[in-house]
Design a protein around this ligand. Structure first.
Ligand code: UGA
Length: 429
């Protein structure tokens, strides 16, 4: 099939590369010329395991091409996947300017009857407004559909090849069959529904996962008060199939470009629609206060952070990505700097993106040992594999102090005590 993927962010590049791998002819379309030039050379603007190899394969097979030109991309296209960003506006509302301008350009350049598939996370029902823009600008026939994306950063390529489920929202059997056909080679369950419900599934999924994490963090705080071990508690509740064991790891909280934005987006949408979804407000509230919770706990031990040398291990919002968006390390670093601390940080991949956020306010080390040398306090902020089984004897020798703040609950407090550390975690005994 001839497909245009519009927007070459996380979802767009990965979808384009995977669809090309399935033998479709793909145009990756983006308004950013620099990004498109790099993509034409097989260079990905984001770090994502396996992505560059897949891009290069698509380019070599001539199944994948990139352009900034709507006319060129849409010349033979009959299916368009919209993958542009839908960030959060200051009001909390979903910012739709990229979607609107993409639709306007599509309408002006549409040449063949087309299926326009919304993959971006958009307010359920927005296609009704988008239809008005289309109708004002084109006479070519078109239809909207929606296939929300569930890939995770850091595992985006393997998630796209191995989805749990594919949600197909359409208004006609023809569109439904086209989308079933496009996804034919992929495993996973299929659910065919209407467009509004498909988009609601995306918001509800992300909000539910964020609820699980904040629930685990709230229980961890109660465990601290009562002397229970939150890891055992989470394992115990996760054994109930109705609950499930995933996304119950307490720590500094969730970040990234999706959960924080989508729970606020759904909260806002619900309010506009006439329902006050207070639960989501509380989920954000718990998440937003996790960093302060850790810092207050640490302050109780050390007095204050002024002039303390702090090492932060991990800056990205999660492992295997260089994405800093909404990373919990942003409030962590800012609050520590405000309290007068000096910060040295190390991240295996995200140093360059972190420099854009923190500039020269912190020192960037080349490896974890350089970062740790002579520090008073070590804060483990992102659960990269290389931080999971560190040589604790060596770390203790390199550090000046002995405070180990485990922001991802990776270590056993008893083990750390044996090596001479003072452990600061959450819900651990
Ligand atoms: C999330 C969803 O998991 C994807 O299904 C969805 O497609 C994506 O958002 C999106 O809407 O585009 P992602 O943001 O890449 O994916 O990352 P996750 O693996 O979900 O992690 C999000 C955050 O939650 C990270 O900061 C992670 O450290 C944190 N987390 C996760 C916890 O604090 N505890 C957990 O138990 C799990």
């Amino acid at each position: 099939m001839n497909i245009t993927v519009l927007g070459t962010g996380y979802v767009g590049i990965v979808s384009a590369a995977v669809l090309a791998d399935f033998g479709h002819n793909i145009w990756g379309l983006d308004i950013d010329p620099k990004r498109v030039e790099n993509l034409k050379k097989g260079k990905s603007p984001i770090y994502e395991p396996g992505l560059e190899e897949l891009l290069q394969k698509g380019l070599e097979n001539q199944k994948l091409q990139f352009t900034t030109d709507y006319g060129q991309a849409l010349e033979k296209t009959d299916i368009i996947f919209i993958c542009v960003g839908t960030p959060q506006a200051e009001s909390g509302e979903v910012e739709l300017k990229y979607v609107y301008s993409a639709i306007e350009q599509i309408a002006k350049n549409l040449q063949n009857p087309s299926l326009i598939v919304l993959k971006s996370t958009v307010p359920p029902g927005i296609h009704l407004k988008l239809k008005e823009i289309m109708d004002q600008n084109t006479k070519v026939s078109y239809e909207f559909a929606s296939t929300p994306e569930f890939l995770r950063e850091g595992t985006a390529v393997s998630d796209t090849f191995n989805p749990d489920r594919i949600i197909i929202g359409t208004e006609s059997e023809k569109a439904q069959n086209t989308l079933l056909e496009i996804h034919k080679g992929l495993p996973g369950k299929r659910l065919c529904t209407d467009i509004i419900s498909a988009q609601m599934i995306k918001y509800a999924s992300n909000s539910f996962l964020a609820c699980k994490i904040s629930f685990a963090n709230a229980i961890a705080r109660i465990c601290d008060l009562l002397g229970a071990n939150v890891l055992d508690v989470m394992q115990g509740i996760g054994m109930d199939n109705r609950i499930g064991e995933k996304f119950l790891s307490p720590g500094l909280g969730f970040g990234g470009s999706c959960f924080p934005k989508d729970i606020k987006g759904l909260y806002f949408l619900s309010k506009q629609a006439g329902y006050d979804f207070k639960l989501l407000d509380e989920v954000s509230e718990i998440n937003d206060s996790q960093v302060a919770y850790y810092l207050t706990k640490t302050e109780k031990i050390i007095g204050n952070f002024a002039d303390k040398n702090i090492t932060i291990l991990g800056l990205a919002f999660k492992p295997d990505t260089d994405d800093m968006r909404e990373s919990r390390t942003i409030p962590l670093v800012n609050e520590l700097l405000e309290k007068g601390a000096k910060i040295t940080a190390y991240d295996p991949i995200a140093t360059e993106t972190a420099k854009v956020v923190f500039g020269d306010k912190i020192i960037y080390a080349k490896d974890k040992f350089e970062a740790i040398r002579d520090c008073d306090i070590l804060i483990l902020a992102t659960d990269w594999n290389e931080f999971k089984n560190m040589d604790l004897v060596k770390i203790k020798q390199l550090m000046k102090g002995n405070i180990f703040v485990d922001g991802r609950n990776l270590y056993n407090p008893k083990d750390l005590k044996q090596f001479g550390f003072v452990y600061v975690g959450i819900g651990r005994i």
